[in-house]
Design a protein around this ligand. Structure first.
Ligand SMILES: [Zn+2]
Length: 188
């Protein structure tokens, strides 16, 4: 499956000149929601991703809202288990809505795109704090550029994207005079 091609076809891989939330500049930008707006693509991608976990006895899939929710839901459908999400309240990631992670449950944490992995790490901490096991992390795109971002926890992705970023001083797109846009998403 050519995942990046599917991103391009659905307009989810934008090309231009972007300033990311980190302040860095980039010529490419992933807007996963534009791919996942198509249920048939979301279902197919997550069914493929779920194959890596079919014999791992997963009990629950969980993701940080909003970006990971659709991935969690489709992975859970493919694995025949529950889909939960965490959300930020007053800046702190929390499990709300009376969602329950049972002690000893085998939990798959997921995301649409993993960059720094900071939200994912907060979800991992919530799973562990509930006395459950983290079976792994699954994502559509790994753009962390790292071998094992979560150390002892395996990160599985459908594709790795090497998206170059620049400081404003080094940015070749700034030098070429291309106007810059700031896309709205935490993935920036
Ligand atoms: Zn620039």
């Amino acid at each position: 499956m050519d995942v990046l091609k599917l991103f391009k076809e659905t307009g989810a891989l934008l090309e231009g000149h972007f300033v990311l939330s980190s302040g860095l500049h980039s010529g490419e930008y992933l807007q996963c929601a534009l791919l996942l707006q198509h249920p048939e693509h979301a279902e197919r991608l997550c069914r493929e991703l779920a194959k890596k976990f079919l014999n791992k006895k997963i009990d629950i899939v969980i993701a940080p809202a909003l970006g990971g929710v659709l991935v969690s839901y489709e992975l859970a459908r493919a694995l025949g288990v529950r889909s939960l999400f965490t959300e930020r309240k007053d800046g702190k990631m929390q499990l709300r809505r009376n969602f329950k992670i049972e002690k000893g449950a085998n939990v798959l944490v997921c995301e649409d795109v993993v960059t720094t992995g900071s939200s994912t790490r907060e979800v991992i901490d919530i799973v562990k704090a509930n006395g459950a096991n983290v079976a792994g992390v699954a994502c559509i795109i790994d753009r962390s550029g790292k071998e094992n971002l979560f150390k002892d926890i395996m990160l599985y992705s459908l594709a790795k994207a090497d998206i170059k970023t620049y400081t404003d001083k080094q940015c070749p797109l700034c030098k070429s005079g291309l106007s810059i846009t700031k896309p709205g998403s935490k993935q920036a």
